[in-house]
Design a protein around this ligand. Structure first.
Ligand code: KG4
Ligand code: ZN
Length: 395
């Protein structure tokens, strides 16, 4: 069966198309329209702007995606009044999208698609609704079943060949999901059955990267910007590189030694801000200070993520550790996780996808839908029942 997947939970408009059966998943198309340029000047995602961009992006992405399944007709035919009225109803709050989609549907036939999958949460409310209403409109117009997907679960399913975990070999597993909105350690005893063991009590790790980058005057998104600055320092102990003791930086590792599996990153951001404020103008503007601070902040986040995840992996005697979410695109985090697992005599199998599947994409939404449809036998839904759930939890 062919699955069309839609993801708009944050600032990336994503559409993917995949061929799915119980033992095979083949990605046919995976498109992403990034809004980084739009949000850069705000230093973070501006939800109403993101929603407007999703409205503009989704139809062109759909059109490009469906070229793979020969959907375009040569002639234009007007949408029946009743159908147009219902479409307008569904897209009542997405006027730009309604216009663009109507034009596209007029010149397109029904594509050979069997299921529409869409992220319903967690995420930013206006962004989620745009994707959900878009999916509802297509499901109504083409009379196709629809499936709502949990974004965090999808990050767990994002791996390079989108293969489903082997229950005997890989489970129980532990997933560390670290993104701009979430930092969670999830226990997976059986696929489709999840328990959150710990999570952040305040800022997510990606949010910490973004906020710290902003304090330091670095680019948005902050994660890659901080990683880039940190990598400019040679691999020796960066603290030794500081010109004198006064410039040495020691950031806290919040909750590093607590018995639970929770995180807290807002204190780290505050510590960076205090240190930054006490610096002279000359120090603040020096490359050396920015690079050392970036390295120390990145390392503080890595230290906590690795220690807590390994502790949970040992406590719950898991066989595999899965890393997912935008922050796991971080090279240093990936390297240090690998080194740490080797130190544990590789008693855990580490699963990290290539960076392009760590950040948001719709391929992972299609893969999750494929699992629920073919293996988990989840019932399909009707467009009338699907809604965005910004605070959706995985367990
Ligand atoms: O999963 P994602 O693409 O979107 C959400 O679901 O939030 O994650 C985005 C987050 C941003 O906070 C971004 O700064 C962070 O992932 N990120 C990184 C890197 N690439 C993206 N953080 C650290 N290092 C990176 N290389
Ligand atoms: Zn995400």
């Amino acid at each position: 069966m062919k699955i069309l997947a839609i993801e708009t939970s944050c600032d990336d408009s994503c559409i993917a198309l995949a061929e799915c059966s119980a033992n095979k998943f083949k990605l046919i198309s995976n498109l992403i329209s990034s809004q980084v340029e739009i949000h850069r000047k705000w230093g973070g995602v501006y939800p109403t702007l993101a929603r407007r961009e999703h409205q503009k992006n989704l139809t062109p992405l759909l059109s490009q995606t469906l070229k793979n399944v020969n959907v375009l007709k040569n002639s234009k035919s007007k949408i029946q009044d009743a159908k147009s009225k219902e479409l307008k109803n569904i897209l009542e709050r997405e006027k730009i999208l309604f216009k663009k989609l109507s034009k596209f549907l007029e010149k397109s036939g029904k594509p050979k698609i069997d299921l529409i999958a869409v992220t319903i949460g967690p995420g930013l409310d206006p962004c989620l609704w745009t994707g959900v209403n878009f999916a509802r409109a297509l499901s109504y117009y083409w009379d196709l079943p629809i499936m709502g997907i949990n974004h965090i679960e999808a990050h767990i399913f994002a791996n390079d060949n989108f293969s489903i975990m082997n229950e005997k070999k890989n489970l129980p597993a532990l997933a560390l999901i670290v993104s701009g909105g979430h930092t969670q350690i999830v226990l997976i005893k059986k696929l489709g059955n999840y328990r959150i063991l710990g999570e952040t009590r305040d800022d997510a790790a990606g949010e910490a990267f973004d906020k710290i980058a902003r304090i330091l005057g670095l680019d948005y998104p902050g994660g890659p910007a901080i990683a880039k600055e940190a990598a400019k320092l040679p691999m020796t102990n960066h603290k030794l590189l500081m010109i004198n003791d006064e410039l040495s930086i020691n950031l806290p590792r919040p909750m590093l030694n607590t018995k639970d599996y929770d995180f807290s990153f807002s204190g780290l951001k505050t510590a960076v801000l205090y240190d930054y404020k006490k610096r002279t103008k000359k120090e603040k503007e020096s490359k050396q200070y920015i690079q050392a601070m970036a390295r120390e902040a990145q390392q503080a986040i890595i230290d906590v993520l690795i220690k807590k995840t390994i502790k949970a992996a040992k406590d719950y005697k898991v066989k595999s550790i899965i890393l997912g979410g935008g922050v796991t695109a971080n090279k240093e985090l990936r390297k240090q996780f690998q080194q740490r697992i080797e130190k544990e005599n590789s008693r855990f199998e580490l699963h990290i996808s290539s960076p392009k599947y760590c950040t948001d994409n719709a391929a992972m939404i299609a893969a999750t839908a494929c699992f629920h449809k073919t293996i988990n036998n989840q019932a399909l839904d009707n467009w009338r029942n699907i809604k965005a759930l910004p605070n959706l939890r995985i367990s």
